[in-house]
Design a protein around this ligand. Structure first.
Ligand code: CO8
Length: 260
């Protein structure tokens, strides 16, 4: 993408109704160096702004979704530089208004696991492994690992993962509720794209509002969330999508005689 500066490290964008972003930094297992993350954000923003795209898939390679933030880039940083630069822009991924599916194969560790958790749906390939190994490096997760993980899998399991640095496999991640499905590695991307097309063909405004409302549940009390949801529900009656879809549904309803 334009504006990218990750030299031979790259992010490839393919599109239709679904935009696929492939992390491609094979020599470091897709470790998220600053340049790669910058390219990722740039690609995600471009797809979010593209009217032809209804859903985004972020994926990596068979060996790694992303093996973390880039250790070699970060290990020598002093506090002031770390404070000013590290992870500040990562949260921009959560500002993307269209749904993002993380198709995770291989390692999703540290920042890689945190990136997956910033997405809206995580599909795991059968060889996926998730972990927050920061504790082994003398630090703690810094891009949501202590916050989103507990919301996804509960305190005890999240605490075990961040305190021991141990990894969990795809099935364990599924059982814990971190991922929505485990798919044979070979078919992971196909399935993610298929799901993406299924989402992309729905009404675009309703899809974005769905995402916004579900994500709001993590920030709001139940009564605030219910009010927020109801307001969005009402607002959707002002959209052309709603009128067109309900007209279609009305035409599709089989006519049953009152006498039968
Ligand atoms: N950063 C930079 N390079 C990496 C990373 C990473 N996170 N992960 C792997 N690589 C590189 C390796 O250094 C190696 O490069 P080279 O061939 O030049 O030596 C290459 O990728 C291949 O890795 P391995 O040979 O180790 O492959 P294996 O299949 O043997 O092992 C593992 C795969 C288990 C994933 C192993 O590479 C590993 O444990 N990686 C580190 C995982 C990790 O701890 N990630 C970081 C989590 S922490 C984080 O994301 C945020 C905080 C960062 C702060 C760091 C400051 C201290």
């Amino acid at each position: 993408p334009e504006g990218g500066n990750a030299d031979d490290d790259d992010v490839v964008v393919v599109g239709g109704g679904v935009g696929i972003i492939t992390l491609h930094r094979p020599r470091a297992l897709n470790a998220l160096c600053d340049a790669l993350f910058e390219d990722l954000i740039h690609a995600a923003r471009a797809l979010d702004a593209d009217d032809g795209i209804g859903c985004i898939v972020i994926t990596g390679s068979g060996k790694a979704f992303a093996a973390g933030a880039d250790i070699s880039e970060m290990s020598k940083r002093e506090f002031a530089v770390a404070y000013k630069t590290m992870f500040a822009q990562w949260a921009d991924i959560t500002k993307v208004s269209k749904p993002i599916i993380a198709a995770v194969n291989g390692f999703a560790l540290g920042g890689g696991c945190e990136l997956a958790m910033m997405c809206d749906i995580i599909l795991a390939g059968s060889k996926a492994q998730f972990g927050q190994p920061e504790i082994n490096l003398g630090v703690i997760p810094g891009a949501g690992g202590t916050q989103r993980l507990i919301r996804a899998i509960g305190k005890s399991k999240a605490m075990e993962m961040v305190l021991t640095g141990n990894r969990i496999n795809a099935q364990e991640a599924m059982d814990a509720g971190l991922v929505s499905r485990v798919i044979d590695s070979e078919f992971l991307l196909d399935e993610a794209v298929k799901m993406g097309y299924g989402i992309a063909e729905k009404g675009g405004v309703a899809v974005r509002m769905c995402k916004e409302a579900v994500n709001a549940a993590e920030e709001m009390t139940l009564s605030e969330g219910l009010r927020f949801e109801r307001r969005m529900f009402h607002a959707l009656f002002a959209t052309r999508d709603q009128k067109e879809v309900s007209q279609y549904i009305c035409r599709s309803v089989p006519i049953v005689s009152h006498e039968t």
